[in-house]
Write a protein that binds this ligand. Structure first.
Ligand SMILES: *Cc1c(COP(=O)(O)O)cnc(C)c1O
Length: 411
C-alpha cells in the first residue's frame, strides 16, 4: 500500500524517533564509511554549522533588502573564496550546489554568445569526457549542445589540442576540471586557457570538488598545476562549499572574474502583476541557513583550519593509495593530484569488490569506462585508512576464491 495522507498528527518525539530508525540503514558517514557524498569536518564543526544554520533557518536569500545579513554574508563568502582563488574583485552567487553553479555558468556563457551572435542556433559546450554530467544537464535544460572530447588515455587529463580542434564559432564555453571527480586529475588549465583566450571563448574551471582543497594542498607542498583565476583566460569557476569547504549541504559558489560577464547571469522579469522580479539564481526562495553555515565554516576555520583538514585528508589518501598499489591485482588510475582517486584491476571483478565492500559497510562508487572504483578521501578518513585496506584485501581474496563467470569461447 502507498502511504496515506496522515489523518492526524504524530507527536514530535515519535517523528524524530521514526527518522532516527530510518537512518539506521544509511551509510555510517560519521565513522568515515562514505567515500563520496559526505564531508565531515568533526563534531565541533558540525555543531557550529548546525547552530549557524538554525540562526538563518527562516531567513530568505531572495531578498537582500529584507535580509541584509544574508547579502553581507554572501558577499563576504564570495570575496574570501575569490581571494583564495586569485580573483581580487570577484562577482558571483552562492547557489544550492555544484549543479546549480554549473547551470548558471553555462547560462551566462550562452547568453553572452547569443548577444554577440544571435544567429547561432544551439550554442555548444566543449568539455572533456571526465567533466561532470551537470554540464550535459545544463546543456539539455538550456537548449545547447555538447562536444565531449576524450581525455589523454595515460594521464586521464583533458587533451588541449583535441579540445581546441573541437572549438568552433558556435562554442559558448570551454570547460576544465580541477580536479575531475572520477580520477582526481587536474586538467591542463593554463594550456586550455591560452587557447580559449586566443579564440575569445570563456573558459570555466569546475573546481566544485577541488576549489577548497587544491590551494591548501599546494600550501602543504603538493605539486598542483595552475588552475584558478591566477591563469589569464579563466572566466568563471564553480566551487562547492558543501564539499571540501566542509559547510552544510546546499552551498556552492559560482564566481566570475569580470562583473560585466556576470551581468548575463541574473533573470529579470518586468511584466508581472507582482511587479519587477529579479533573481540571480535558479532558485527563487533561498535558504538563509545554508548561507549562514557556509559563512560560519569559512570564518571559523580560516586558512589554518583548512590546512589542518586538508593535511589529514592527504595523509589518509596517501596511505590508501600506497595500500592499493601494494595490493596484488589492483592499480591506481592516472596520477591523482590531491585526495580523490580511483583504482582498477586486470584480475578482479570490480562490481563484485564494490558489492562486497558495501556489505562490509563501505560506500565507494563503481564507475567507468575505464572501469574503476572511486574514492573521495576527506579529513574524517584518517582513522579508517588501515581498516579500509584490510577489508579491501579480504574482498580481493574473496573474489579470487569465487569462480568467475566466463563466457564460452574465452580461453
Ligand atoms: C560534486 C561535483 C559537481 C556537482 O555538484 P553537486 O553539488 O553534486 O550538484 C560538479 N563537478 C564536480 C567536479 C563535482 O565533484
Amino acid at each position: 500500500m502507498t502511504t496515506p495522507f496522515p489523518p492526524s498528527g504524530v507527536a514530535a518525539s515519535d517523528v524524530l524517533g521514526h527518522i532516527d530508525r530510518m537512518q539506521d540503514e544509511d551509510i555510517d558517514w560519521r565513522d568515515g564509511r562514505a567515500f563520496a557524498y559526505v564531508y565531515h569536518g568533526g563534531e565541533a564543526l558540525e555543531s557550529l554549522l548546525q547552530r549557524a544554520y538554525l540562526a538563518g533557518f527562516s531567513t530568505n536569500g531572495l531578498s537582500p533588502s529584507a535580509f541584509p545579513s544574508l547579502a553581507r554574508m554572501e558577499r563576504e563568502v564570495i570575496e574570501m573564496v575569490g581571494d583564495l582563488l586569485g580573483c581580487p574583485s570577484p562577482a558571483g552567487s552562492i547557489t544550492s550546489g555544484g549543479s546549480e553553479s554549473i547551470l548558471l555558468a553555462v547560462k551566462t556563457a550562452r547568453d553572452r554568445l547569443l548577444e554577440r551572435h544571435p544567429e547561432v542556433g544551439r550554442p555548444r559546450i566543449v568539455l572533456p569526457t571526465s567533466a561532470h554530467p551537470a554540464f550535459s544537464k545544463a546543456a539539455h535544460l538550456l537548449g545547447m549542445t555538447t562536444t565531449r572530447v576524450p581525455v589523454d588515455p595515460a594521464g586521464l587529463g583533458a587533451d588541449p589540442e583535441q579540445m581546441l580542434a573541437a572549438v568552433s564559432d558556435d562554442t559558448a564555453l570551454v570547460v576544465a576540471s580541477a580536479p575531475s571527480y572520477p580520477h582526481g586529475v587536474v586538467d591542463p588549465v593554463a594550456e586550455l586557457a591560452g587557447h580559449a583566450l586566443a579564440r575569445e571563448v570563456p573558459l570555466h574551471v569546475d573546481a566544485c570538488v577541488g576549489g577548497m582543497l587544491l590551494p591548501f594542498a599546494r600550501d602543504l607542498g603538493r605539486t598542483i598545476p595552475d588552475f584558478d583565476f591566477a591563469v589569464p583566460g579563466v572566466s568563471s569557476m564553480s566551487v562547492d562549499l558543501h564539499k571540501f569547504g566542509y559547510a552544510a549541504k546546499g552551498a556552492s559558489l559560482v564566481l566570475y572574474r569580470d562583473p560585466a560577464y556576470f551581468a548575463h547571469q541574473p533573470f529579470v522579469f518586468d511584466d508581472w502583476s507582482g511587479g519587477r522580479y529579479a533573481a540571480p539564481n535558479v532558485a527563487g526562495t533561498r535558504p538563509g541557513g545554508a548561507i549562514a553555515a557556509a559563512w560560519a565554516a569559512l570564518t571559523h576555520l580560516g586558512r589554518e583550519g583548512y590546512l589542518g583538514l586538508v593535511s589529514r585528508a592527504l595523509t589518509a589518501s596517501d596511505a590508501i593509495l600506497a595500500g592499493i598499489e601494494r595490493t596484488p591485482g589492483l592499480h591506481v588510475l592516472g596520477s591523482p593530484h590531491a585526495s580523490l582517486l580511483a583504482f582498477g584491476s586486470d584480475v578482479h571483478s570490480l562490481p563484485a569488490i564494490a558489492k562486497d565492500m558495501r556489505r562490509r559497510g563501505w560506500a565507494m562508487g563503481l564507475q567507468g569506462p575505464p572501469e574503476s572504483i572511486h574514492l573521495t578521501v576527506t579529513a574524517g578518513h584518517d582513522r579508517v585508512a588501515e581498516a579500509l585496506l584490510a577489508d579491501l584485501r579480504s574482498a580481493c581474496s574473496a573474489d579470487d576464491a569465487t569462480p568467475s563467470e566466463q563466457s564460452p569461447g574465452y580461453s
